[in-house]
Design a binder for this molecule. Structure first.
Ligand SMILES: Nc1nc2c(ncn2[C@@H]2O[C@H](COP(=O)(O)OP(=O)(O)O)[C@@H](O)[C@H]2O)c(=O)[nH]1
Ligand SMILES: [Mg+2]
Length: 384
């Protein structure tokens, strides 16, 4: 009887020892995930039971408290060149349409009307379209016969003339001696304000600057969460308050934080509800005034969704009336062939396009450069 109990105990101890040996055996490095997932779909690679058990018992590597990974975004230089293919792809219909019309042997009234229509369809605006056609007609007359290169050359110079302004296109992100540069981002909901604020923070961090983000869109908590995601990816602190808090006080706090931290630039994201014009004016006006108690606002960037055409432009005009806009960010140019909006918005608002958004990716924001823009419109090669 006692013997039996003794034998059972020995057996259990032996089992534990053998099991323990498996546990303390050094783990073999796991195969990279690609290799394990490499088999054809629906099949699984057979593994020895012991190996499976071992993996299950071993603490998962993810279990260790992971330090938040901070990305190092690429510097901003050469952005538009990198994104040029994307621009060419979206604007090619516009550019190639104009080039082929202009290259036709006989440029009669109908052909000129078609050229004007193509420009209007691309959102150049009626006034600019007719001016561009007039300019082209004069140049074509002077030129006489036209080679494809000449056609391209004259269209290029005509478009450039309408896109170029003598206004400053730099975003003023350089800090003052005792205060950071403050950038306000305004515009209608859904145009890409928060995304632009996040992308701009990345550009600046990539260029070696320190940035504080202010979530002054307090209308929805999700807006602050969205900004926080952008900030955390590049290690930029985000100043936020509860949903419904006063946007101006968030902006004030963000600027104070920027000063305390000795940050270079503070970017304030705002709400874009078009409730009433007075409501909007009160809110944005107050945000700006409160910031100005600390330091001047270096730039007020109006974000405009290039896919929204005349409707978007109408709404942008309301913003321009309630707050002094110093630059335009034209987003979603990747999603429309209507790049002519650059000409129209600058003309309508009298403010230069400073940045363009060319995708949802974190680094798809570029400084606007008229020459690179026109070249992308006209260059069919870049679209390949
Ligand atoms: N394709 C494309 N999508 C963009 C661009 N900029 C912003 N978006 C998208 O537009 C949507 C609205 O952006 P969000 O920043 O939340 O707009 P907000 O309401 O003005 O803050 C999001 O899905 C963005 O990813 C852009 O340049 N290209
Ligand atoms: Mg937003």
């Amino acid at each position: 009887m006692d013997y039996t109990i003794f034998a059972v105990i020995i057996f259990v101890v032996a089992l534990l020892v053998v099991g323990g040996a498996f546990l303390i055996r050094p783990r073999r490095p796991e195969a990279p995930p690609e290799e394990r997932e490499g088999g054809p779909a629906g099949t699984t690679t057979a593994e020895p039971d012991e190996e499976v058990a071992e993996r299950e018992r071993a603490p998962a590597p993810e279990a260790a408290p992971a330090a938040p990974e901070i990305e190092t975004p690429p510097p901003s230089a050469g952005r538009l060149v990198r994104l040029r293919a994307r621009l060419a792809r979206s604007q090619n219909v516009f550019g190639q349409g104009l080039l082929s019309l202009l290259s036709s042997d006989r440029l009669d009234e109908t052909a000129w009307e078609e050229i004007e229509d193509t420009l209007i369809t691309a959102d150049v605006g009626v006034t600019s379209a007719s001016q561009i056609v007039d300019g082209l007609r004069t140049k074509v007359k002077v030129l006489g016969s036209r080679t494809p290169e000449e056609v391209r050359g004259l269209l290029r110079s005509e478009l450039l003339q309408h896109i170029t302004t003598d206004q400053d296109r730099t975003v003023h992100t350089e800090p003052h001696p005792a205060a950071p540069a403050v950038i306000m981002v305004v515009g209608v909901n859904g145009t890409g304000k928060t995304t632009t604020a996040g992308k701009l923070a990345r550009v600046l961090v990539g260029d070696g600057r320190s940035v504080v983000l202010g979530a002054a869109d307090t209308f929805r908590a999700a807006a602050a969460d969205q900004l926080e995601t952008w900030g955390s990816r590049v290690g930029a602190p985000v100043v936020r308050r509860d949903e419904g808090a006063d946007p101006a006080s968030v902006a004030f706090e963000a600027v104070s934080r920027g000063m305390d931290d000795g940050a270079d630039t503070v970017i304030i994201d705002t709400a874009g509800r078009l409730h009433t014009k007075t409501g909007l004016m009160d809110e944005l006006g107050k945000v700006k005034r409160v910031i100005e108690k600390k330091t001047q606002v270096a730039d007020v960037l109006l974000v405009l969704d290039a896919t929204t055409g005349q409707n978007g432009l109408r709404q942008a005009r309301v913003f321009a009336e309630v707050v002094d806009i110093s630059g335009i960010v034209l987003t979603k140019l990747d999603g429309t062939a209507k790049g002519g909006i650059v000409i129209q918005v600058q003309r309508e608002l009298g403010v230069p396009v400073k940045l363009v958004g060319l995708g949802e990716g974190p680094d798809d924001l570029a400084p606007f450069d008229p020459e690179a823009f026109v070249d992308a419109i006209l260059d069919d090669q870049a679209a390949q």
